[in-house]
Design a protein around this ligand. Structure first.
Ligand code: ZN
Length: 424
C-alpha cells in the first residue's frame, strides 16, 4: 500500500496536493515531492470521494439483458429459473465483472445482497474493492428451508472472520414477502447480537404493499416496525410506496433507505420516491443501482443524474434534490450507513477517492464542477480509482481486465445454456 502523493489536483474549487499514507488521507495542502512511494501528477484532474453503491446484487451482471420488458413479478420468475443454476463459477466471475464495472465507473464500496457470499467476497478481495456482503435468507415460509438458512447464515458469519480487511458480513432478508415472520425475527436477533447491518428490500412495488396489508393488516414498513426491525443498522432498499406514517417510522428510527431509480423506472415499479419527506423525517437517504438484471449497469453517476432529474420532474420543482445532496447520497450518506470512515476527502479518512479527467468537453467551461460532473459527464471521466490506499485503476487501466471479461463471458454463456436459454 505505502504512500501516495497526488499533486496539483482540483479539490473544493482550488488546486492542492493530497497525501495518503497506509490507506489514510494524512495531508491536504502543499506537500514536498520527496518520499512518497507513488506520485500522481494530477494537474488536469479533479478529486472526489469514491461512490458507495448501497444496493446491488453483484453477480447478476451475468444476467444483464436476459429478460426485458416484463413486470417485476414475472421478471422475478425468470430470474429465479436462472438462479437455480448458479454455481461458484457464476458467483465468482459475475462478481469480478461487477467489480470491474464499478471500478471503471468510480464506485469504491458496495452493499451486496446475493447468494454464496463466501465466494463473492473472494472476487471482491481479488478486485481490491470494499463490500458489505449479505448472507441472504429467503425461506418462503418453508420450515426446512428456514432451518437451512439459519445454519447457513451462522456458518457464513463464522467464516467471515477470515474474509479480507475490506469485506464485512451483513444479514440479508430478501423481503417481507419472501421471508417468514419467524425468520425475520431470528435475523433481527442475530444482527443485533452480533452488531451487524440488516439489508432488506422494502416497499418496492404497490403489489408488495397491498399483499402485506392483506396478509398482516400492516404496510411492509409498519410490519417491520411491529417486529422491531427498524433502526440505524437497517438498510432498506427501494422504499418507494410509503404513506405518511411509514415515512415517520423510517425517519424516527434513523433507517438507511436506498433509492434505486433506474431499476424502479425500468421495472415500472414507480418513480415518486419521497426524497424530501424521508430526509426531513430523519432517514439517511442513500443511492444504489440494484442488480444488472434490472438496472443493466452499475453506474452511480448515471443513477445520480436520473434520480435528480426524475425528482425535479414529478414534483415540478427544479429545486428538488439539489446537486450537493445527490452527491452526498452517492458518497457520504452511503459511508455513514455502512459505518465506513470515508465518503468525504478529509484528513483522517480512509483514502477512497477518484480522480476525474477534466480535460474533456463535459468540464468546459469550468464554471460549476459538480454540475459538470453530475449533469454533463459520463463515468468514462473517471481516470483513477483509489480504495483504502490501493490504486485500482490508473489512466483508465485496470490490471487483469481482459481476463475478467473473458472468464465472465464464458461463465455467463454456461449459466444460460444450463438454464435452457440461448445467447443471441
Ligand atoms: Zn434489489
Amino acid at each position: 500500500m505505502g504512500s501516495i502523493l497526488i499533486k496539483n489536483v482540483f479539490l473544493n474549487n482550488g488546486r492542492t496536493d493530497i497525501y495518503i499514507d497506509n490507506g489514510i488521507i494524512t495531508k491536504i495542502g502543499a506537500c514536498p515531492d520527496d518520499g512518497a512511494d507513488t506520485v500522481i501528477e494530477a494537474s488536469g484532474l479533479g478529486a472526489i470521494p469514491g461512490f458507495v453503491n448501497m444496493h446491488t446484487h453483484a453477480a447478476m451482471t451475468l444476467m444483464r439483458g436476459v429478460e426485458e420488458d416484463l413486470p417485476l413479478e414475472a421478471w422475478l420468475k425468470k430470474i429465479w429459473t436462472l438462479e437455480e443454476n448458479i454455481d461458484e463459477e457464476t458467483i465468482y466471475w459475475g462478481t469480478r465483472l461487477a467489480c470491474l464495472e464499478m471500478i471503471r465507473s468510480g464506485t469504491t464500496a458496495f452493499n451486496d445482497l446475493y447468494w454464496m457470499p463466501e465466494t463473492a467476497v473472494r472476487a471482491v478481495a481479488d478486485s481490491g474493492m470494499r463490500s458489505w456482503s449479505a448472507y441472504v435468507c429467503m425461506d418462503h415460509g418453508d420450515m426446512p428451508k428456514a432451518a437451512l438458512d439459519r445454519k447457513g447464515l451462522e456458518r457464513a458469519f463464522e467464516d467471515s472472520s477470515r474474509w479480507g480487511r475490506k469485506t464485512v458480513f451483513t444479514v440479508g432478508c430478501h423481503s417481507v414477502y419472501e421471508v417468514s415472520e419467524d425468520m425475520l425475527v431470528w435475523c433481527r436477533d442475530f444482527a443485533k447480537a452480533n452488531g451487524l447491518k440488516l439489508h432488506i428490500h422494502l416497499s418496492e412495488t404497490r403489489t408488495e404493499v397491498e399483499n402485506c396489508i392483506r396478509r398482516h393488516g400492516l404496510s411492509p414498513v409498519k410490519y417491520l416496525d411491529s417486529l422491531g426491525m427498524l433502526g440505524p443498522d437497517t438498510i432498506a432498499a427501494h422504499t418507494l410506496w410509503l404513506d405518511a406514517e411509514d415515512i415517520r417510522l423510517l425517519g424516527e428510527n434513523r433507517v438507511n433507505v436506498v433509492h434505486n431509480i433506474n431499476s424502479n423506472l425500468k421495472i415500472a415499479s414507480g418513480y415518486r420516491f419521497l426524497y424530501n419527506e424521508l430526509k426531513d423525517a430523519g432517514a439517511n437517504v442513500t443511492l444504489g443501482t440494484d442488480g444488472c438484471a434490472s438496472s443493466n449497469n452499475l453506474d452511480m453517476l448515471e443513477a445520480m443524474k436520473t434520480a435528480a432529474l426524475v425528482q425535479k420532474a414529478w414534483r415540478e420543482d427544479p429545486k428538488a434534490m439539489p446537486l450537493k445532496e445527490v452527491m452526498d447520497m452517492a458518497t457520504a450518506n452511503g459511508a455513514k450507513a455502512l459505518g465506513l470512515n470515508a465518503g468525504t476527502i478529509e484528513c483522517g479518512r480512509e483514502a477512497d477517492l477518484l480522480l476525474v479527467d477534466m480535460r474533456c468537453p463535459a468540464f468546459v467551461p469550468d464554471i460549476n464542477f459538480l454540475s459538470n460532473l453530475v449533469y454533463s459527464a459520463h463515468s468514462d471521466v473517471v481516470d483513477t480509482v483509489i480504495c483504502g490506499g490501493d490504486i485500482l485503476m490508473r489512466g483508465r487501466v485496470v490490471e487483469g481486465e481482459q481476463e475478467v471479461l473473458d472468464a465472465a463471458s464464458e461463465a455467463g454463456r454456461k449459466l444460460l445454456s444450463k438454464s435452457g436459454m440461448k445467447l443471441i
